[in-house]
Unconditional design. Structure first.
Length: 179
């Protein structure tokens, strides 16, 4: 009976883990070093993993007629760097995204690169010219410095909501991991 036959749109769920894009194909993870698409929308959701709550930005990217949802935790360097780079992009024009992770002196360092129209984008805000970007609050705990980026995260969320259409939240049936 055709009245109950629904054609659901295929959505590909991707995340960044250890400097690569990860797509679960239903059997195993597929790893990719870069992704190309047009950024069209974003929504935010609160999730939980092992008793810890966190917020994720769910970016909608289109490649040809395929729809991808890139989830990115808001409290990560990937998120802040990505936002800083797309601030210098043309929204609605295809971008290439390339995450990276390297270990330097035993410490993991992550970064993300965005290319548009054959040019690698630079961050809109820099250390020397932070403009209106709120600065991270430095909290000293013993001998450690901890950076509280809450104001920056809220700044970027407001920016994204302003430039991108808000999409309806879609739940990923395979989302049980925090990355």
């Amino acid at each position: 009976m055709k009245a109950f036959n629904q054609q659901k749109e295929k959505i590909y769920w991707i995340k960044i883990k250890d400097g690569q894009f990860v797509y679960w194909n239903g059997k195993q993870d597929e790893l990719y070093t870069e992704f190309t698409g047009v950024l069209t929308a974003v929504y935010f959701k609160t999730d939980e993993y092992q008793g810890k709550q966190f917020e994720e930005a769910m970016f909608t990217l289109m490649y040809a007629s395929e729809k991808y949802i890139l989830s990115m935790r808001c409290d990560t360097s990937y998120f802040r760097q990505f936002c800083n780079l797309i601030r210098n992009s043309l929204i609605g024009v295809e971008i290439l995204i390339r995450p990276k992770m390297e270990t330097i002196l035993g410490k993991k360092k992550v970064s993300i690169f965005v290319k548009q129209n054959d040019t690698w984008l630079k961050g809109f805000y820099t250390k020397d010219d932070p403009k209106d970007l709120p600065q991270a609050e430095i909290i000293e705990v013993g001998t450690q410095k901890i950076y509280n980026n809450y104001l920056q995260i809220e700044f970027w969320k407001a920016y994204l909501k302003d430039i991108l259409q808000q999409s309806t939240q879609i739940d990923d049936p395979n989302n049980d991991l925090p990355f």
